[in-house]
Structures are given as structure tokens and as C-alpha cells.
Design a protein around this ligand. Structure first.
Ligand SMILES: *[C@@H]1O[C@H](CO)[C@@H](O)[C@H](O)[C@H]1NC(C)=O
Ligand SMILES: *[C@@H]1O[C@H](CO)[C@@H](O)[C@H](O)[C@H]1NC(C)=O
Ligand SMILES: *[C@@H]1O[C@H](CO)[C@@H](O)[C@H](O)[C@H]1NC(C)=O
Ligand SMILES: *[C@@H]1O[C@H](CO)[C@@H](O)[C@H](O)[C@H]1NC(C)=O
Length: 329
């Protein structure tokens, strides 16, 4: 059975989601929303879709099963709330919400209305991430990890030119931590669980948001260091250190290769190589599976992961005085 879905948001990420979803053969786009009719119609025409909406109520009133939400972060909460009240499943782009209270609110609304709310963390659904995760037991005791995700944002050019694009605006709940930092944090939490404590040495950019910096997640017997930013690039690989060697991945998202180096035998074993998959296909397949099989356990695990990551970023924002409008309510 194919899941029918609508989309909120008309940027590149929505295009990638639609391509990934359609490639699974498990999803069919039937409805499009945008604030302006012209944009909605243009976007719908691109996908040969006839159901066009400029209000969330009208979109959620369509006979569709799921709505993919990729609007600006600060709109996620109100829009998702309305959709859940209409008993439609929601695939919500990260970061799901600005505050923990908003997230809890959405989770209980989803439960009450008998639908799923899934935050779209694509990287932990990649086949190569799953290979890494299942291989970790071979490492024996873990001594630590160093994770990197630093990618110069084209929007940072606007910041340098004196503008304030949404992703670098405090008013729009922007900044590197909640946009980029959440990927390596989710990566760590998916592998090692909730850290005992965390700290963030952020640097600020001209607009007042964090531009990136160094995060330390402290676990019972080891630490995970994270280097993340939207203002510079890093080609540094990410590594996990253990008793039986070092596992290296070239990135924390779109993982190309997974390798284990054993310092005793000096051997390198390749656990996984490049995958040709469309970037969002793996998450689209998994989310369809959860909804179609009514896999409450898998959905709950993802919900717990999202909650933990949001609790961590909230604490890290607090340490750095990064305040969003939703924090003041
Ligand atoms: C670590 O390597 C040793 C020596 O090869 C092996 O005996 C042991 O089972 C490995 N530990 C794990 C957890 O796989
Ligand atoms: C991470 O990036 C910061 C700049 O944000 C740099 O000062 C620091 O040396 C880097 N740390 C590691 C461990 O790569
Ligand atoms: C941490 O190390 C201590 C002492 O070696 C050990 O007893 C404990 O089981 C370890 N905890 C975890 C979670 O591995
Ligand atoms: C990891 O490898 C892939 C495939 O070669 C590449 O597209 C990607 O840019 C690499 N990531 C990083 C952070 O270097």
C-alpha cells in the first residue's frame, strides 16, 4: 500500500524528500501547501499534483495520510499542532521544535489523535550508519569519539554582507547548534545514549546566533567531542576509539565509508563502502515502514532520541545565552 502525502515547504530539502520518498515506491505526493498561491501552484505543477493549498487546515483536510513539514523552524510547532489535530501523521524536518515543552505537547497530541510524529533525522537511517552502529560491539570498551560536521553555508555569505537570513536569525530560532550541531549530537546519542552532561563553547556571528564551536558530551567512562559550524568547512573524518581499534567514517552525514583500524595487527577492515542511494531514500523507507506496520516501539525510540537531543541543545543554548522568542513565552 502506498502512503499519500502532502508537503509544507518548497525548498531544496522538500525536493530531496519527495525524490527519496518516490524512489521507495512507498509514497505518493498528492498535495502541496505554500503561503502564496503562486508558489504553491508552481511547485505542484513541477510534480504534476493538482491539490494546492494556502492554509494548513485546508491541506490537512485533504484525504491524505501523512504531511511532510519543512517550513522555517519557528513555524514547525503551530503548523504541526494543527495537522495532528486533523489526525494526519507528520514527518517533521529537524529541528522539530524550539523548546522541549513544545515537543512534549506535539507528542501527546500525536498520541491522543492516534497518529505518528517523526522527526526527520536522515543520517541515522543511512545503511552505513546502521552498519557502524551494529559493528560497535566489536570495539569492546569505548574510550571516546571525535565527530565533525562543519559546512560553510551559502547563507553565511549573506551574513557577511550585513544581512540576517532566517537560518542565522535569533527571531527565527536559527544558528549552527540547532541546524548543524544536532546531526553529530544525534549521531552520538543514537550510538551511546544520553550523556551525563554536556558543554558548548560557541562562537557568535554578527547576527547574534551561534556560528558553531566545540561541544563536549560526557559519558560515564568517556567523552565525545564535536566540532560543528555553518561558517567554515571541515574535511576531518569522524572517529570512534575503542579497545579493539578505531572506527573511521568520512562524515557524520552521507557516510561514504566505514573502516576499522586495528593498531595491534595494523590491519584496516572496510565495514561498508559507498552507497548509491538517494540521500533521503533510507529515511523515507523506514518512516513508511513504521507507519504501515504501526511499529510503536521504533517510533517511541525515535521520539526518545529526539527528546534527548532537544534537551541537550536546550541546555547548550542556556549555557551560551542563545535565546529564541519561544523561550520567553
Ligand atoms: C577484541 O579483540 C580480541 C582480540 O582479537 C578478541 O578476542 C575480542 O573478542 C574482541 N572484543 C570484542 C568485544 O569483540
Ligand atoms: C573545532 O573547531 C574550533 C573552532 O570552532 C577550533 O578552535 C577547534 O580547535 C576545533 N577542535 C577540534 C577538536 O577539532
Ligand atoms: C565504567 O567503568 C567502570 C570502571 O571500569 C565500570 O565498572 C563500569 O561498568 C563502566 N561503565 C560503563 C557504562 O561501561
Ligand atoms: C564523504 O564522502 C562523500 C563521498 O565521497 C562525499 O560526497 C562527502 O563530501 C564526504 N564528506 C566529507 C565531510 O568530507
Amino acid at each position: 500500500m502506498v502512503l499519500t502525502f502532502g508537503v509544507i515547504g518548497t525548498s531544496w530539502i522538500t525536493d530531496e524528500w519527495i525524490s527519496g520518498a518516490h524512489a521507495t515506491g512507498l509514497w505518493k505526493l498528492t498535495s502541496v501547501y505554500s503561503r502564496t498561491r503562486e508558489t504553491a501552484e508552481q511547485y505542484a505543477a513541477k510534480y504534476d499534483v493538482s491539490s494546492v493549498h494556502t492554509s494548513i487546515e485546508s491541506l490537512a483536510g485533504d484525504a491524505i495520510q501523512v504531511i511532510y513539514v519543512a517550513s522555517p523552524n519557528s513555524l514547525h510547532y503551530e503548523q504541526t499542532k494543527l495537522i495532528l489535530q486533523h489526525k494526519r501523521h507528520v514527518i517533521l524536518e529537524k529541528p522539530a521544535t524550539t523548546t522541549v515543552a513544545e515537543f512534549e505537547d506535539l507528542c501527546s497530541l500525536a498520541r491522543v489523535n492516534g497518529v505518528y510524529l517523526i522527526e526527520a533525522y536522515r543520517h541515522i537511517q543511512e545503511a552505513n550508519f546502521q552498519t557502524l552502529k551494529s559493528g560497535l560491539t566489536q570495539l569492546g570498551q569505548v574510550y571516546g569519539a571525535s565527530l565533525t560536521y562543519a559546512s560553510f553555508s551559502s547563507r553565511y555569505t549573506n551574513v557577511l554582507n550585513g544581512e540576517t537570513p532566517n537560518v542565522f536569525s535569533l527571531d527565527f530560532a536559527g544558528g549552527s547548534l540547532v541546524d548543524i550541531g544536532v546531526y553529530p549530537i544525534t549521531f552520538a546519542v543514537a550510538l551511546f545514549g544520553r550523556p551525563r552532561s554536556s558543554t558548548y563553547q560557541a562562537f557568535r556571528c554578527r547576527t547574534g546566533t551561534d556560528g558553531g564551536g566545540f561541544i563536549l558530551l560526557q559519558y560515564e567512562n568517556f567523552s565525545v567531542s564535536i566540532n560543528q559550524s555553518k561558517c567554515y568547512n571541515s574535511a576531518a573524518p569522524s572517529e570512534i576509539y575503542g579497545e579493539n581499534g578505531t572506527v573511521t567514517v568520512n562524515a557524520t552525514m552521507n557516510i561514504d565509508t566505514v573502516k576499522l583500524f586495528n593498531p595491534r595487527t595494523k590491519e584496516t577492515k572496510e565495514w561498508a563502502g559507498p552507497k548509491e542511494e538517494l540521500k533521503l531514500k533510507e529515511e523515507a523507507a523506514e518512516f513508511a515502514r513504521i507507519i504501515q506496520n504501526d511499529d510503536k516501539k521504533a517510533a517511541k525510540d525515535l521520539e526518545d532520541l529526539s527528546r534527548t537531543v532537544l534537551q541537550i541543545t536546550t541546555e547548550l543554548r542556556r549555557q551560551n545565552g542563545i535565546i529564541y522568542p519561544a523561550d520567553k513565552i
